[in-house]
Design a protein around this ligand. Structure first.
Ligand code: SF4
Length: 373
């Protein structure tokens, strides 16, 4: 699928009549050589190119901050959870398919930066073998088709995925992880066939979910609303995973507005993710946990119950850890999902330091609380 957009600094300079400083350009070029840039035209037009702090620009336009390589490329242990090429099985009930390494735009904060837009051996090669694995594992109730962005694949391929997965009786629902409603919403509302497919396969017995990724209220445009509306009208439940990002949404007012806007469009707030300590991401995007918790709680004070259904979580190697609360210099955490099912629901606390950004930065406290739920 050809998406209109920009993949070089020169194209951006020409299209938006801006001039990037020579020294800065050299640095950005170095960044792009490692991790490609692609900005869909529709999304590029949401940016005020004269504002150096434009939040949409921060999401999609490279930054010299990406030259900082502190962190890791696999913060969630994806390699160790891979059971076949492109198929991960970390949580008992969920299988994760990496269907492609392409996206409609490359987010600078992507936690799969190691593979998106560049050659990789991590995407699914033998879809039928993945299907066989899911068939053999009756504990799997749902499949998450992710990538990259699976909705950049041809509609025929999406149909094949849906038709094969729908034959597996123990699958209760199928999820797509896609940023297409944000980056290129017309791909959804202009493709009648895709919408018909969703209508066909999203049934009262096995619903299709689309988990998208709105990070800022400016992204909730008329076009994005139209895409969400088309999905809902064709039987798809749409939910949102945002990432808390420095310079984008690390402000209670912005985060609260984002939640209000997506709810008004019909999107269910699902998670706010703590930004992972990913190489070339951590140093310029991660908000410390203490500050992050304060932002999230202040945002929640501005919201009705519906708009604050999301959980603030860290997607850690050991599981999804909810940031439950902070008292004094202690942070309370809870396993919402865990690689080891016995840990699900486990509440624990750690010593909090002002700059800690991840579980591994937190020190144990002396009399550790461990309540099995
Ligand atoms: S759309 Fe998703 S997978 Fe693609 S670059 Fe953005 S965050 Fe990463």
């Amino acid at each position: 699928m050809k998406i209109p957009g920009y993949s070089s600094l020169e194209e951006i300079e020409k299209a938006f009549q801006i001039e990037i400083d020579k020294e800065e350009k050299k640095k950005l070029q170095k960044v792009i050589e490692k991790h490609p840039m692609f900005i869909p035209d529709y999304y590029a037009r949401l940016i005020d190119w004269n504002d150096p702090e434009d939040p949409i620009k921060s999401i999609i336009f490279p930054s010299p901050g990406e030259l900082d390589i502190a962190g890791s490329y696999d913060t969630s242990g994806e390699r160790e959870n891979t059971v076949h090429t492109g198929l991960q099985h970390k949580y008992r009930e969920t299988a994760l398919l990496l269907a492609t390494n392409r996206c409609a735009g490359y987010c600078r904060h992507c936690f799969r930066k190691r593979m998106v837009g560049i050659p990789t051996d991590e995407t699914v090669k033998l879809f039928d073998r993945a299907v066989d694995y899911i068939k053999e594992h009756r504990e799997i109730t749902n499949v998450l088709i992710s990538g990259g962005d699976p909705l950049v694949l041809p509609t025929d391929v999406i149909e094949y995925f849906l038709s094969e997965l729908s034959k597996i009786e123990h699958l209760k629902f199928i999820r797509f992880g896609s940023r297409i409603p944000v980056f290129y919403p017309m791909r959804i509302y202009e493709d009648r066939r895709l919408l018909e497919l969703f209508s066909k396969y999203s049934t009262p017995e096995r619903r299709i979910y689309l988990v998208t990724h709105f990070n800022h209220p400016k992204e909730v445009t008329e076009e994005a609303r139209k895409a969400v509306d088309a999905l809902i009208r064709h039987g798809v439940v749409v939910s949102n995973q945002a990432v808390l990002l420095k310079g984008v949404n690390d402000d209670p007012e912005i985060l609260a507005t984002l939640m209000k806007e997506i709810v008004s469009a019909g999107v269910v707030p699902y998670y706010v993710f703590q930004c992972r300590p990913v190489k070339r991401v951590k140093s310029h995007f991660q908000v410390p946990l203490k500050k992050g918790y304060e932002i999230v709680e202040k945002a929640k004070q501005k919201l009705d119950g519906h708009a604050k259904r999301f959980k603030y979580v860290m997607s850690h190697r050991t599981g999804k850890i909810e940031i439950v609360g902070i008292i004094g210099d202690e942070i309370y955490l809870k396993y919402h999902q865990a690689k080891n099912p016995k840990k699900v629901g486990k509440l624990f606390k750690r010593k909090l330091t002002p700059n800690a950004g991840w579980l591994d930065d937190l020190k144990p406290v002396k009399e550790e609380l461990a309540v099995e739920v």
